[in-house]
Design a protein around this ligand. Structure first.
Ligand code: FES
Length: 115
């Protein structure tokens, strides 16, 4: 794992994830979500993005919610939930939440489709 230097325990890349999701948003930012799954439970999550602070906040919000949940339960994490929580800018940053959640879904789909 790449250790982050800004105090966000979920920020960084992972060398040995169970699966990965990577999506480039329409704004040009890329989100990467790495998950470790055991017994259908998300045991660890890291996110990495070259995007702005709000994008990072959304990556953090998604990672924090996903850890410890069953993979199918983690699919119920929604962009609306992240936006309503105040962890993401309500208006200008909505697409950041959508990007983060969509990337989590892609990582989970990658796991489910190869399981
Ligand atoms: Fe591009 Fe947040 S500004 S995803």
């Amino acid at each position: 794992m790449v250790k982050n230097d800004e105090g966000d325990e979920y920020f960084g890349r992972m060398n040995d994830p169970t699966s990965v999701g990577v999506i480039k948003g329409p704004c040009g930012d890329t989100m990467e979500i790495y998950i470790v799954v055991r017994n259908d439970t998300v045991e660890d999550v890291k996110y990495f993005t070259d995007g702005c602070g709000n994008t990072r906040s959304c990556g953090h919000a998604v990672a924090r919610r996903a850890i410890g949940r069953k993979v199918t339960d983690a699919l119920s994490i929604s962009a609306g939930e992240i936006i309503r929580s105040g962890e993401c800018k309500q208006e200008s940053g909505r697409h950041c939440a959508i990007l983060a959640v969509s990337t989590l879904y892609r990582a989970i789909a990658d796991y489910l489709l190869k399981a």
